[in-house]
Design a protein around this ligand. Structure first.
Ligand SMILES: *[C@@H]1O[C@H](CO)[C@@H](O)[C@H](O)[C@H]1NC(C)=O
Length: 437
């Protein structure tokens, strides 16, 4: 009896050691609480939730909200602090959602702006002065990437790490505020991201948490579209849910996982037209963002991207897309170049980075064995950095929030397909698919 107890204790002890060893040196953290925001009493025309986005060549859109409906939709700006040599007027909107009425949402396009230049600006002729830096004309250019942000203690940690990296543009593959029908949560999210999003353009696409659809009462994406206006008109799209933009030698397509994507849809036809416009001499890099990953070996959200992948993967392959970034799964995964579920040196690299820090926590369970296209996978909160060095070389790194310290956990040099055989070989196929009615 006594011996058995000793041996059981020993077995448990040995088991604990082996578990500790196989889990490796990093204990993954629990989700963190949603942040509490204190009530601020500013004047009703005080600009809140200021954020900027790219709006066509050499232009930016400045967006903010005021409680006061008479506040003017005007941005004053210039290259020295306190001296505004230019002024732009723009539009405003607002929306109702059940018992909630939004403030006045201002969207003002400013420009033409010089490349790689710091501008000082003020919203609605009052409030504090903000500073933004425009992206460079050419490489090198750096993108910060984080999806599924939310507004928890982990979100704060992720944002602090992004703030430390010298980035030019933030790319967000969907799921911003996790407001989930609670409209004031959109406002607190706007306040949370303002320090970053007022200084560098934030380019976003929609996730499922932006939908907020109520049958018979509310269309989907009403709040998202009103608050996060993206350059869809500027890129020939008829919907804020998908668009494209060009920055510093990179053509970036933001697809909508929650807009129709079949062959007869507007999105599909817009994508074909947009891909035909890409000039790889001008923009050697071709990137795509969308919310629901097509290549995902996590147990979470298995197969959800299959329909869209089936419809659109041939287009991206024919166009020799370099990189596809997605969110949705709360974990990190990087693939080899892949197409049609098989490693393919002419297909894009797929990266899932839905680990910004939302309240739902991490997706820890992976399918085994690991598919042969999957290179690296880890369920931790964190952010990515894409430093595009020149027309052919980019350095990708993923940084997990290791007890609030950013630790570079995965890194890889990616070479673009611009000088590859792929582009030349596929040019015929490309025309055939993209010109098809
Ligand atoms: C592009 O950048 C990579 C990495 O820094 C470098 O090795 C390569 O020589 C560069 N190519 C050109 C054409 O400058």
């Amino acid at each position: 009896m006594e011996l058995k107890l000793v041996s059981t204790t020993l077995t448990v002890f040995l088991l604990m050691i082996s578990v500790t060893v196989t889990i490796a040196d990093y204990i993954r953290p629990q989700p963190r609480e949603t942040l509490q925001f204190s009530w601020k009493s500013n004047s009703p025309s005080y600009p809140q939730q200021v954020h900027i986005s790219l709006a066509g060549e050499k232009h930016m859109r400045v967006s903010w909200i005021t409680d006061d409906n008479s506040s003017p939709s005007v941005v004053e700006y210039g290259t020295s602090p306190g001296r505004y040599s230019s002024m732009a007027e723009g539009e405003s909107t607002s929306y109702n959602y059940l018992f909630y009425t939004s403030g006045k949402i201002h969207h003002i396009v400013i420009g033409p702006l010089e490349h790689d230049t710091t501008y000082f600006y003020r919203c609605g002729r009052q409030g504090p002065e903000f500073q933004l830096k425009t992206p460079p004309a050419q490489f090198p250019v750096t993108f910060a990437v984080a999806g599924d942000l939310g507004q928890t203690g982990w979100t704060k940690s992720t944002l602090e790490h992004i703030d430390l990296c010298k980035y030019d543009v933030h790319l967000l593959p969907g799921d911003l505020s996790y407001a989930d029908y609670m409209q004031h949560r959109w406002d607190t999210f706007g306040e949370l991201v303002q320090p970053l999003a007022s200084a560098r353009p934030w380019m976003v696409t929609e996730g499922n948490h932006e939908k907020e659809y109520i049958p018979l009462l509310k269309d989907g994406f009403a709040s998202y579209n009103a608050r996060w206006k993206m350059p869809s008109e500027e890129s020939g799209s008829t919907s804020n849910l998908y668009y494209s933009f060009e920055v510093s030698g990179v053509h970036i397509i933001m697809l909508g996982s929650y807009a129709d994507y079949d062959k007869h849809s507007d999105q599909y036809n817009w994508l074909k037209a947009d891909l035909l416009k890409v000039d790889r001499k001008k923009t050697p890099w071709l990137l795509v963002l969308l919310h629901v990953p097509w290549y995902n070996s996590n147990e979470a959200h298995q197969g959800e991207g299959d329909g869209m992948m089936q419809a659109m993967e041939p287009l991206l392959y024919a166009a020799s897309v370099d990189l596809v970034l997605s969110g949705h799964v709360h974990a990190y995964e990087r693939s080899n170049r892949v197409n049609n579920r098989r490693p393919d040196s002419c297909g894009p690299v797929h990266i899932t980075i839905g680990d910004g820090g939302n309240r739902e926590g991490l997706a820890r369970r992976y399918k085994n064995p690991k598919p042969d296209w999957s290179v690296f996978r880890e369920a931790s909160f964190g952010h990515g950095e894409l430093k595009i060095a020149n027309a052919t070389h980019a350095f990708w790194s993923w940084h997990r929030n290791d007890d609030d310290e950013p630790v570079r956990s995965d890194q890889v040099w990616i070479t673009s397909l611009v000088n590859s055989e792929c582009l030349a070989e596929k040019s015929h196929e490309f025309r055939k698919i993209l010109m098809a009615p």
